[in-house]
Design a protein around this ligand. Structure first.
Ligand code: ZN
Length: 683
């Protein structure tokens, strides 16, 4: 691993952050560490610096700038290292013990800024070490050595007298004096502290020294692993591809059932199939390694104590595989509950059990499937587990993988300070739902996609208008909204769009079938007859393509689903010369009801929204001016010509789409959004 420290960049950082030299450099090297996933991932690791500040009365105070909770090293700002009074914290070393709550109270009351984030749980460890700069990571390469039965010996071979070895102690108050004692007992050559089964600390009199020692420690570990590597026996990975859209919805349904999620809701899945993942899964004893546990205790909240490994999956029978995964998830839950009970009993503690679902499912030949409440969460799990895999492989290649024991892992999994790191999100009306919205580049589709995303859904926006789609998607949250170009009249493209939803989010719960066109003409003319044929393609058959493809996924998930079609006032109140549009839309209303009747047995609901006179591109090209003229009113008056005398907007229609997505007991229904039109009342 190479040092990326550059004196010129360091000088620029001091200037850029304008927070003084110490905090500027602290921010700079914390970011250097945080940008390398082999060192830390997703909020792991912590860093500090010691300095002096003046209080309001002008008195000089010794302080520790320590990483605050909620900050990620890769993106940290000076505010991410709040200052705490060093003296009072160092005094705590005299204590025999300190509860978690007491420690947090001490840390918070030592803050110079009462509104700053709570200092890291490792604050005291940083405070008790004398060096000005202290860096801590969970570097993969060091863990491969430290996660071994003879970890101390291996580390001693690599670092010699430079090593301070600290046997495993759970993070928190008790660890801090142990590390300080070990450091003080070590000779003057000591420059690296390895925490058994946990991670590595380096320190220095300046930011560069501490950072470069970290890089050196990792580089030396990497070389040692390369030297010690034995030949690895793999079974030769046979990789299956292109089945994501058929396998992920089944797994999603299994997990939603196991977690008793509401119908039409479930976890969001992320599938990862890199070469490294395939290589790991094809190891002859990958299953045994997986059962041992994560490479550092910090990972347990993301990945659970173990991943679920499916041995020899049969990809030629996905239905059978789905049943196998279902049974395996059940077994996993039973095992997890037993582990929880046993730990509570042997430790004599009372805890509130977390859910019993795996976070990582491993399918050799296919890859890794991770889950979360959001796609972002699922990706974090995958990132973290990839690093556990890397450590498992290396540790196994050079010896025996032995990370922290299950009993110790339990303490971290059920540690209130650790759980505080993952704050539960407030429930959202469409949280856990995956929706596909067609005609999403403009008007009603665009407004509906935006509203769904705001209500917590993960959304696939589909349209054939590439550039319109891009500008419609841009303002929306990229973590939960994706777009896909497809022409809904081409069945293959529709299926590809639905497959995209499954690949990206793991399945599909809601179809908003909205794309349409408004052709005119008299049916007894040849132009009218031609327009009718084209209209049936766009306004009827394309909806059937979408509904069929969506239902296939919904049935595979087995968690119900919601189809919502955009019919039109023309289905109830046809207009003159509007036959091609009215006939197709009336048929679409019949299609809506037919799906309600035929698919109800699967819990799939089918409803429609009947909207009228919305300023969308259906009215482009002079259509609206022509209609307004025909009625002898202005364009604005035309749009307000309803019982409520108010113009109906695309957002009003989106509200109806959002309501139907939540109306769990409603099917075969039409909601009218037109400001009131007696002639068009549904009958
Ligand atoms: Zn740590």
């Amino acid at each position: 691993m190479e040092s990326r420290y550059k004196d010129a960049d360091a000088a620029k950082a001091i200037e850029k952050y304008a927070a003084g030299e110490t905090l500027g450099l602290r921010t700079y090297t914390a970011r250097l560490l945080g940008s390398v996933p082999d060192l830390v991932v997703h909020g792991g690791g912590n860093t500090s610096a010691k300095g002096t500040v003046h209080d309001r009365l002008g008195r000089e105070l010794d302080v520790l700038y320590i990483k605050g909770s909620g900050w990620d090293l890769g993106t940290i700002e000076p505010a991410g290292h709040p200052a705490v009074r060093l003296g009072p914290l160092r005094d705590l070393r005299k204590l025999e013990k300190l509860s978690d709550e007491e420690m947090v109270a001490e840390l918070r009351s030592a803050l110079l800024d009462a509104s700053a984030p709570t200092p890291s749980v490792e604050t005291l460890l940083h405070a008790f070490l004398p060096a000005k700069f202290v860096d801590h990571t969970h570097a993969d390469a060091v863990l491969a050595l430290a996660d071994q039965p003879d970890g101390e010996k291996l580390c001693r071979q690599v670092y010699g007298n430079g090593l301070v070895w600290v046997p495993y102690v759970m993070p928190g108050f008790m660890l801090a004096p142990r590390v300080a004692d070990a450091f003080e007992a070590a000779g003057k050559d000591a420059w690296v502290i390895v925490l058994q089964q946990h991670g590595v600390f380096t320190f220095g009199e300046n930011a560069k020294e501490s950072y470069e020692r970290m890089i050196r420690a990792v580089t030396m570990a990497e070389r040692a692993i390369a030297d010690k590597r034995r030949t690895v026996m793999t079974r030769g990975a046979v990789v299956v591809q292109g089945i994501e859209s058929r396998i992920l919805p089944r797994i999603r349904g299994v997990l939603a059932r196991a977690n008793s999620d509401a119908l039409e809701r479930g976890p969001i899945l992320h599938a990862r199939a890199t070469d490294a993942v395939h290589e790991f899964l094809s190891r002859s004893h990958a299953e045994d390694l997986v059962a041992i546990g994560p490479s550092t205790p910090d990972h347990v909240l993301r990945t659970k104590p173990e991943a679920l490994f499916i041995r020899d999956p049969d990809y030629s029978n996905l239905e059978g595989l789905g049943r196998r995964v279902e049974a395996a998830v059940q077994d996993y839950g039973v095992k997890y509950d037993a582990y929880f009970e046993e730990m509570c009993k042997t430790k004599g503690v009372e805890k509130k059990k977390l859910d019993s679902l795996p976070r990582v499912i491993l399918l050799p030949g296919f890859g890794m499937v991770t889950m979360g409440k959001t796609l972002a969460d699922a990706k974090v799990v995958a990132d973290v587990y990839e690093h556990s895999m890397a450590v498992m492989s290396d540790a196994d290649d050079i010896g025996t993988y032995r990370p922290v024991s299950r009993a110790d892992l339990f303490d971290v999994e059920y540690w209130s300070l650790e759980q505080a790191k993952i704050k539960p999100q407030p429930p959202m009306p469409l949280g856990g739902a995956v929706a596909l919205v067609t005609g999403a580049a403009s008007g009603i589709g665009r407004a509906t996609a935006a509203m769904y995303a705001q209500l917590g859904a993960h959304v696939v926006m589909v349209d054939r208008d590439d550039s319109g789609l891009e500008s419609a998607r841009k303002p929306l949250d990229p973590k939960r909204v994706t777009s896909y170009r497809a022409d809904m009249t081409i069945e293959g493209e529709v299926r590809a769009a639905v497959a995209h939803a499954c690949r990206t989010f793991g399945g599909l719960d809601i179809l908003v079938s909205n794309a349409g066109d408004a052709p005119q003409g008299r049916l007894d003319t040849s132009e009218g007859a031609e327009a009718l044929r084209a209209s049936l393609e766009v306004n009827l058959l394309s909806h059937n393509h979408a509904a069929r493809a969506a239902c296939e996924i919904m049935i595979a998930q087995g968690r119900g689903g919601s189809l919502i079609f955009n019919v039109s006032k023309a289905s109830f109140n046809p207009g003159k010369n509007f036959g091609p549009y009215a006939v197709a839309k009336t048929a679409l209303l019949a299609l809506t009801r037919q799906y309600a009747i035929d698919l109800g047995q699967y819990g799939i609901r089918s409803n429609a929204v009947n909207a009228d006179r919305i300023r969308t591109k259906l009215f482009a090209g002079g259509v609206v001016e022509q209609r307004a003229r025909a009625r002898g009113v202005s364009v604005d008056e035309y749009f307000r010509d309803n019982l409520l005398s108010r113009e109906v907007t695309a957002e009003d229609v989106a509200q109806a789409f959002a309501h139907l997505a939540q109306a769990r007991a409603t099917t075969g229904c039409v909601i009218t959004v037109d400001g009131g039109n007696a002639a068009a009342f549904p009958r």
